[in-house]
Ligand binder design. Sequence first.
Ligand SMILES: C[S@@+](CC[C@H](N)C(=O)[O-])C[C@H]1O[C@@H](n2cnc3c(N)ncnc32)[C@H](O)[C@@H]1O
Length: 509
Amino acid sequence: MTGETLTIDRSALEQLAALLLERAGLKVTPDGYAGLRLAMQARMPALGLDDASEYVRRLRQLAGEHELRALLPLVTVGKTEFFRDSRQFAAFENEIFPELLKHARREARAVRAWSAGCATGEEPYSIAMVGLDRGALPNEVDCWATDLNPVAVENAAKGRFAIRRLLGVSEPRLARYFTLSDGQYEVTPQLRDMVRFEGHNLAAPIWPQVKPQSMDLIFCRNVIIYFDQPTILAVMDRFYDSLRPGGWLFLGYSESLFRLPTRFEMIEVGGVFIYRRPVRRHAMLLPTPPKPDAPVEPQKPADRPTPKMLPLVVGLQLPKSVASMPSPLAPRPSPSPGSGTPVERLAQIVEDIEKGDFPRALRLSHKLSEDAPEDLAARLTLGNVHALMGNIDEAREAYQGALQREPLSVEARLYLGIAAMQAGENDAAKQEFTRALFLEPTLALGHYLLAQVHERRNDPESARRSYRNAINQRKGPPHALIGHFPDLPTSNEAIAQAAQYRLAALSER
Ligand SMILES: C[S@@+](CC[C@H](N)C(=O)[O-])C[C@H]1O[C@@H](n2cnc3c(N)ncnc32)[C@H](O)[C@@H]1O
């Protein structure tokens, strides 16, 4: 039986929607059931199944985790938009693209861009529009757009979009690059010709279609979030090899701040962070935006007022060297309140939190969230300031706002779990930490906090298991968390030590 001939009834779709909500926090409304059906039709034959309810049952089992990871990219395919993350696009348009175009013209070639995981095409068409807006001729931008999902690629290549999908496109661009026909917007032939769509699996071990050092730009946003750590590292390695020296890699907002042990450097451009293959011989010809400051260990004055939070991290002594992340949120020279880039403003808020000036931190984070509504770090930090002040409902509201923007934000789930712990709601906390760990299984802090919830729920067996999981991450990748929360350790070593201590204490009981 082929996928398309499988019958999938509504109750199986409802069960799957419930499971996605529970495990990954993804909300799929009945409008999205057609997408779920397609995804199940694609995956069930791979498991040799023709019963949709049995498929959902398999997903629910412990071993279903692997299958859920295969299914997720298929069910989230709709989550894209034109000019998604406008701050990244502003940096691309104003700073990066003009330099790349100049450089490519000197070498009499086109700027080569790759939208990897392009979904239904909004991202590569946005790249092409930026190119034309910045004065490139159509043949001066060569955009390759790929996706694992053949249905998405097919639709993307058609270049037809429902009117509601064009909300992020300005009137002048709409007039210049789209025509309205049969109630849909269609990209102009000129724009369509600038983008080549193709099926491509990023997780494949070899990419024969990609020549080494051939790309100026790779956009791979909101894709690697579904990959496990070894796959991410392998993909990053191949991206690195595909880029010219000085070439740029745009990752999704919540992905871009994860500190991965790769050869890329992280550069601040126009207030956002973008990865770049380091420039070597061509240094003079490529843009050289300022490097982020060297990591600064936050200073904690001895008389800092104690935040109103529960002692969540029981027995966890932070070694002095914990703040080892090159965190873009690390304090820098203070800009005046309300001025500066969002990164500078966040640094100011962090400084205020560290000084214990929560009312000011709250004012500034409110203002920043208003001014930069797309900024995930701003929303999460706003929630964290509320949490520190004991305003749990407001904190939750801010985290939910972050989730509306980034449904797969690991941090939002983690902080929601902490807020639930603060409110004494252990079941809710357990659920949020479980979701965070589903999204990022190597998050040592998530395992540690989940273990603490198990302890509070008088479930020592599960607590032991979770502490062991935290310990197992000792050599795992460190994770920089978006959104500042004081005293949360990110060093796996510190968390493993604390987990070992708790484990020993549990065994003695
Ligand atoms: C959430 S969309 C992101 C679309 C766009 N990049 C953006 O940020 O708006 C994720 C896309 O990644 C694709 N994807 C997931 N796994 C992939 C893989 N192994 N290879 C290529 N594409 C993949 C999915 O099919 C989906 O279209």
